[in-house]
Structure formats: structure tokens, C-alpha cells
Design a protein around this ligand. Structure first.
Ligand code: SF4
Length: 186
């Protein structure tokens, strides 16, 4: 198991802390075994970025690996414009801005700042509807920043064996790991 937190853990942990274990177990191989169609669509939205074909401009960083030592989080940013300080995270289609979306861009923001870049604006972009959702910077939103810090603490302290946990049937029903999880209520 990795000792660091990956960006995708933030969303997964909010959905269900136990899913982190399965994500770590199956995250590195045979994705077709457990990934369902909506997730593939989400992955496809990032393919252009991961292949670094979005822009050839030197001031645009794309698909770059980042690491925050302070929060022990690693992952890839989507797009960062060095000139404007705008960090953009693209999603295929957005129904609502979930906390997990915000925490992921916070982590990217902190990592970029640790690397010396000045992040002054964050946007989450809906590709299907071509719509931008501005996100307040962590220092501008105390409530969300506190929730972010609490999430990191919760992830760091979670133990599959000892941490109290109550599964929720509604989540287990839609969980991609329900065939593998011994706590599943399905
Ligand atoms: S099956 Fe239920 S308890 Fe298990 S990881 Fe999924 S949501 Fe959590």
C-alpha cells in the first residue's frame, strides 16, 4: 500500500472509506475488471490531458505530476496556466460540484504552490456543457478548507480493522467494489 494519498482517494474516501482499500488493490491493473461505463467516460475526458496534447504553449502545464509534501498527496494536475495563475480541472459532465471535486483542486493548488507556482484562480470545467464553475481558493473559503484538512486527517487515521464503520446500502448498491467487499450490503 502506498504511504501517500492520491488525488482520487479524496473522492473515494468521501464515498466510502473502505473503497480506498479496494482502489489500492485494483487501481494499478485490470481496470476493465471493475470500471463501469461512466468512469470510462470520465477517464476519456482526461486522455487528451494525460497525453499532453491540449496545448504546446510553454506557459501551459498539462497533465503534470504534482506532490504536496505538506498534505502528502500526489497526482496529476489537469491544466495550469503559469501566466494567469489559473488552475483548471476538466470533468466530462457536472451535475453538482461535489466536495470531493473541490478537495481535489485544493490538493492540486497546494502542490503547485509548494513547487513555486502562483495559483490565483481555480475553475472546474464541464466539457459536455462547456461551462466553467469558479472555485474559491482555499484561503478564501474557511469552511471548505477546514473540511479538506479534516478529510486528510480522517484518511491518515483510517484503519480497515479498527476504525468504526457502518456501510450504507444505497452506496453499496452503486459501489463498483460490492462484489469484492465483505461489508457490502448488496
Ligand atoms: S461495497 Fe459498500 S462498504 Fe464496501 S466499499 Fe463499497 S460502499 Fe463501501
Amino acid at each position: 500500500m502506498e504511504s501517500y494519498i492520491t488525488l482520487s482517494f479524496l473522492n473515494d474516501f468521501i464515498f466510502c472509506p473502505r473503497s480506498i482499500y479496494f482502489h489500492q488493490l485494483y487501481g494499478g491493473f485490470a481496470e476493465a475488471v471493475y470500471k463501469q461505463t461512466p468512469q470510462y467516460k470520465g477517464t476519456a475526458a482526461h486522455e487528451t490531458i494525460d497525453e499532453q496534447t491540449y496545448s504546446t504553449s510553454a506557459h501551459i502545464l498539462q497533465g503534470m505530476e504534482v506532490f504536496s509534501e505538506q498534505y502528502n498527496i500526489c497526482g496529476k494536475i489537469d491544466i495550469f496556466d503559469i501566466k494567469t495563475g489559473r488552475l483548471t480541472e476538466r470533468k466530462r459532465a457536472i451535475k453538482t460540484i461535489y466536495d470531493g471535486y473541490v478537495f481535489q483542486v485544493y490538493a492540486q493548488c497546494f502542490a503547485l504552490r509548494e513547487m513555486g507556482y502562483a495559483v490565483s484562480e481555480i475553475v472546474i470545467h464541464d466539457l459536455v456543457h462547456n461551462k466553467n464553475y469558479p472555485i474559491l481558493l482555499p484561503e478564501q473559503d474557511e469552511k471548505m478548507f477546514t473540511k479538506f484538512q479534516q478529510l486528510i486527517e480522517d484518511i491518515d487515521s483510517f484503519d480497515m480493522e479498527t476504525t468504526a464503520f457502518t456501510p450504507e446500502k444505497a452506496k453499496c448498491t452503486t459501489c463498483i467494489y460490492n462484489q469484492l467487499c465483505d461489508a457490502s450490503l448488496c
